[in-house]
Design a protein around this ligand. Structure first.
Ligand code: ATP
Length: 340
């Protein structure tokens, strides 16, 4: 549905997006993650032809976004992060206006969405609360049944009940065979709805992974004798067996007080082992290491997000960003990915 190759956007000397290679498969819910100013909206706006790339290409539904942006937008329903609606109109008037304007407009579907979101359509936009305006924008955007739905922070300003309803609609769009691209700062929402995510950092597509791969990643926290722990975290030691080398990242825990009061003592310390892939194969080895008071938990999107954000090491066994992007971000040991 979306193919970007070497996509760049430069404002003067500033790179808002650098050499972005991205493919989004039709029929999936794809999440875009990244801190404020990372380039998510820039990427979306390039994809829809609202701004032109400095270099590179992008095709949406097979159409080049520069050559024919109008045709691209016929295939897309887009919720901008800062959706603005005519203030003098009532809610219903807004839905009628946009349904008439979009080739795939469907007033009844928009009205149904508004009802599901519990929105009073008699109110003038000017008198709506921020959340009500967001609901109205969603009712506009979720009306047309376009092949691609692009939602920039769709649940911003919504209460938890309405958020859940919006995420349900995203899942329904996918079940309908549509493709959804979703940008959000709420990691749990991305985890719940997306099949795959890309992380942007300072204009670089820094990491990419599928949810099924994420669910195979675990964090093991436990106490080890200090000499063993030191060998595990030493990048020059061969303490980690070859078969685990690219699936395991060890570090000394600095916030593991809940696991052990002995963190940092001379005799033992708390280590954190981030693993990817089959967990069972690690367990015998861990047992031999003499690990104590072990806690195993899913790594979760938060840990991956933090690792990308702070330039830490992420165990492989997950999809990687394209080579160009990784080189731009910097790579260290061949068995690891480091975004620095
Ligand atoms: N027209 C512009 N001129 C100059 N710089 C711009 C322009 N538009 C965006 N930028 C810069 O590009 C960078 C990426 O902005 P973008 O809006 O894509 O970030 P974002 O990831 O969507 O952030 P947020 O999560 O805050 O919405 C920012 O540093 C922003 O200041």
């Amino acid at each position: 549905m979306v193919v970007c190759q070497g996509l760049c956007k430069r404002y003067g000397a500033f790179d808002a997006l650098r050499a972005c290679d991205l493919t989004v498969t039709a029929g999936e819910v794809f999440g875009l993650l990244g801190p404020n100013g990372a380039g998510k909206t820039t990427l979306i706006r390039l994809m829809l032809g609202y701004i032109h790339p400095t270099a590179g290409t992008c095709r949406v539904a097979g159409i080049d976004v520069v050559d024919d942006s109008v045709a691209v937008r016929r295939n897309v329903s887009y919720l901008p992060g800062d959706a603005r609606l005519p203030r003098h109109m009532r809610g219903k008037g807004v839905l009628e206006f946009f349904a008439a304007m979009h080739p795939d407009g469907d007033l009844q579907r928009s009205l149904d969405v508004a009802q599901r979101l519990d929105l009073n359509l008699r109110t003038h936009v000017a008198f709506m609360s921020t959340g009500m305006r967001q609901k109205l924008a969603l009712a506009v955007v979720l009306g047309p049944r376009t092949p691609l739905l692009v939602l920039d922070e769709p649940t911003a300003n919504l209460d938890p009940t309405v958020r859940a309803e919006v995420l349900q609609m995203v899942r329904e769009a996918r079940a309908d065979g549509r493709t959804v691209m979703l940008s959000s700062h709420v990691l749990s929402e991305i985890e719940e709805t997306c099949g795959e995510v890309a992380f942007l950092r300072r204009g670089v597509l820094a990491h990419r992974l599928t949810m099924s791969e994420l669910f195979q990643q675990h964090r093991i926290t436990g106490d080890l004798d200090r000499p063993v722990a030191d060998r595990l975290v030493d990048p020059n030691s061969d303490a980690i067996p070859m078969q685990f080398a690219d699936r395991l990242v060890c570090s000394l825990a600095d916030d593991a007080a809940g696991v052990s009061g002995a963190s940092g003592s001379n005799s033992s310390t708390t280590v954190r082992l981030d693993t990817s892939g089959d967990l069972a194969s690690f367990l015998g080895w861990l047992d031999d290491l003499g690990i104590r008071r072990m806690r195993v938990e899913p790594l979760g999107l938060r840990a991956v997000y933090d690792a990308v954000h702070f330039g830490q090491t992420i165990p492989v066994g997950v999809s990687t960003a394209p080579q160009g992007a990784m080189h731009a971000a910097g790579t260290s040991r061949p068995s690891e990915e480091t975004v620095s």
